[in-house]
Design a protein around this ligand. Structure first.
Ligand code: GTP
Ligand code: MG
Length: 277
């Protein structure tokens, strides 16, 4: 790994689990038993400090203020001893929603989108409205709407695709060939609340088929993983004693593309960094 730019563009609206993943990832890097380990002093940890202390008490942390954007810098090393500086952001998810809603991108975000060699796209399926449409049911099974007066809303699936299209446009990607760069990893977050047996790529394909096709047609080698950063739901008010006694490091897992679970929360990052090593 070179110590040049290993920033990860973490893309996710509010409530998808960005801050909790950041806090749990940081704890795993410090515990040093995964594929990636902390190798020196991390800087700008403030956004994750309060989340980490809530988790230590067995509680969930709060929402990140809409205007916050902080890049935290983590010196890491992999199992082969190669080192890099990982730039991991934390921000209020409203910033992503604003890009999608207004189709305008602030200058600071523009440079991040252009510079980051890897994109980590968090989707929380539980919060994604999946309306019945011709992609999920035959046309004759769909409810008939009185077209005169109903509001036409874009489906969440179409919005997620449009967001990726906006980001690709900003980056100037107009290739007709599948993209090798930026590398893309889709993380289906809060996996524990889904209660499914399927592997992540199949789940994405069955729940959001249009998005899954878009991703597989646009990128050369996208990866689709599941993530349960906490391992279970936690309350922001009632501490979970067992969680606190055993320690948050004992909880949380990644679901690999073949459906296997791994407690190593650093795996999605390692996948993204691999090509940039
Ligand atoms: N069940 C479950 N809940 C989770 C998990 N990770 C996060 N959550 C919950 O999901 C909610 C949102 O998590 P955050 O990490 O605050 O989300 P965020 O993307 O940082 O949201 P903003 O700060 O608003 O942008 C919180 O209520 C967490 O408790 C998980 O792995 N499992
Ligand atoms: Mg947050």
């Amino acid at each position: 790994m070179s110590s040049s730019d290993n920033s990860i563009l973490l893309i996710g609206e509010s409530d998808v689990g960005k801050t909790h993943y950041g806090a749990q990832l940081l704890k795993r890097l410090m515990k040093r038993d995964g594929q990636l380990r902390m190798n020196g002093a991390a800087t700008n940890l403030e956004p994750f400090e309060s989340a980490m202390s809530c988790l230590d008490e067995g509680m969930a942390a709060g929402h990140t203020a809409a205007s916050t954007y902080v890049d935290s810098i983590w010196p890491i090393t992999d199992a082969q001893g190669r080192s890099a500086e990982l730039i991991w952001p934390d921000y209020g998810g409203e910033q992503i929603k604003a890009i999608s809603d207004t189709r305008r991108i602030p200058a600071a975000w523009q440079s991040r989108v252009i510079a980051a060699p890897s994109w980590l796209f968090l989707i929380r399926l539980q919060k994604t409205r999946i309306n019945a449409d011709i992609f999920s049911r035959p046309l004759h099974d769909l409810p008939v709407n009185n077209t005169e007066s109903h509001d036409i809303q874009m489906s969440d699936q179409a919005k997620l695709i449009e967001l990726l299209q906006i980001l690709l446009y900003i980056r100037g990607m107009d290739s007709t060939k599948p993209l090798a760069s930026p590398r893309l990893c889709v993380l289906l977050s809060c996996w524990d609340e889904l209660g499914v047996e399927e592997a992540p790529p199949e789940l994405l394909q069955s729940r959001l088929p249009m998005l899954s096709s878009f991703i597989h047609n646009t990128w050369e080698k996208p990866s689709v993983l599941g993530l349960s950063a906490l391992g279970q739901a936690l309350s922001p008010k009632d501490p979970n004693e067992d969680y606190s006694n055993r320690g948050p490091e004992q909880f949380g897992y990644v679901v690999l593309p073949d459906g296997q679970h791994s407690p190593d929360l650093t795996l999605p990052v390692q996948f993204l960094l691999d090509e940039n090593l």
